[in-house]
Design a protein. Structure first.
Length: 186
């Protein structure tokens, strides 16, 4: 089923919207959650949390033209929340390492301005990525959006792991400088 029809099902509060979403995006959502949590049952819970979040947020949102990205964002947030809870229990070192890489670039959030700042940051990061060749954009997104490991990215693009690490380091450094110019401090 096409995305607009799935969104129409959500808007009409038809429960088949969840079944159609699962049929079209379920495997991708589970895979994304699994990459973050490294636990199949937790990934399935995150997937279900994403369906519930979609059900509760459509309407008022209508993610026409970006339903897949919207759902991936929801499942990533659910998985990251699980990891944060587990991090408090010292269970997830990989996730801690990945977030530390980006903490050097991104500023903290305040509760009142969080949504507006997130939109501004999203625009800045999108503009930042436009300055790079598609291959480097893809490496950056595979690491920080899809949570691929350096060896996975290396295999995907046929680069050495050192080259992948170098690309990521340089891009993080450039992003940090760009954000500082825009008035954000890490």
């Amino acid at each position: 089923m096409d995305d607009d029809k799935i969104i129409d099902l959500y808007l009409s509060r038809d429960e088949s919207a969840i079944r159609e979403t699962e049929a079209k995006y379920g495997a991708r959502l589970r895979q994304t959650a699994y990459r973050i949590t490294e636990d199949r049952s937790t990934a399935e819970e995150c997937e279900n949390d994403a369906y519930l979040a979609a059900w509760n947020s459509i309407p008022p949102y209508e993610p026409r033209g970006y339903l897949a990205e919207y759902l991936l964002r929801l499942v990533k947030h659910a998985a990251i929340d699980v990891c944060r809870r587990n991090q408090r229990l010292k269970r997830r070192a990989d996730f801690c390492e990945l977030t530390k890489e980006m903490e050097e670039c991104l500023p903290g959030k305040s509760s009142a301005e969080e949504e507006l700042e997130a939109q501004e940051l999203s625009g800045i990061i999108t503009d930042f990525l436009q300055d790079y060749p598609e291959e480097q954009q893809s490496v950056f997104l595979r690491r920080y959006w899809f949570f691929d490991t350096v060896p996975e990215i290396s295999r995907r693009f046929g680069f050495s792991q050192g080259k992948v690490k170098s690309i990521l380091f340089r891009m993080r450094d450039a992003l940090k400088k760009r954000l500082e110019r825009e008035g954000y401090k890490a």
